[in-house]
Design a protein around this ligand. Structure first.
Ligand SMILES: [Mg+2]
Ligand SMILES: [Zn+2]
Length: 188
């Protein structure tokens, strides 16, 4: 799962903890991921660090708050992976042409190794085309949610995409419900 626009409101840069707000369906969505036996993993680009908009410590503070909110509702993340880089802005080590800035596959590859994921049976769920591209770059399937940037992506850009999303949903909970029901369908 992508973070901003998918689990939480897309507010531009989350440069203060007070700007981070989960969507009301996110706890239920992650709990369903847990109960269905999937690993629940967040992969997020936070280039605001490279840009100098906020310190790396804020990213960790926000992510700790995300985990705490989920756990308060009986949901848990199995992994949370962050790219703090930008290829052309800021200072090293944040300024670098890394392999982990989505849609590059580095974060998902780390998750695959650390958590033993089967990417061919995995989904990436996000609100931007880059999240879809990430899915396809690692041989996973791609779900686009209409929250965050998603509705605009669908309205203004999707007709020109060479490949359509494997699934389009109003929001994360609907996406997870449909992924889970697809996974239950008997093989043909
Ligand atoms: Mg997003
Ligand atoms: Zn990176």
């Amino acid at each position: 799962m992508d973070r901003d626009g998918t689990l939480s409101h897309e507010v531009g840069y989350v440069n203060h903890l007070s700007r981070f707000r989960l969507y009301p369906w996110s706890v239920d969505a992650v709990r369903l991921v847990n109960r269905a036996g999937y690993a629940a993993v967040v992969v997020t680009n936070q280039a605001g660090v490279a840009r100098g908009y906020y310190p790396e410590s804020l990213v960790h503070e926000v992510n700790a708050s995300l985990r705490a909110s989920l756990e308060g509702g009986g949901a848990r993340l199995d992994g949370l992976f962050v790219c703090l880089h930008n290829p052309s802005v800021g200072e090293p080590p944040y300024r670098q042409d890394c392999d982990c800035r989505k849609p590059r596959p580095g974060l998902v590859r780390r998750a695959e190794k650390e958590l033993g994921l089967d990417l061919a049976r995995s989904w990436v769920i996000g609100d931007r085309h880059g999240d879809l591209q990430l899915a396809w770059n690692v041989g996973a399937r791609a779900a686009l949610v209409a929250s965050g940037y998603g509705r605009g992506e669908l309205q203004h850009h999707a007709a020109r995409w060479p490949r359509p999303p494997d699934l389009v949903a109003e929001h994360l909970l609907e996406a997870v419900e449909r992924v889970v029901s697809l996974g239950k369908r008997p093989a043909e």
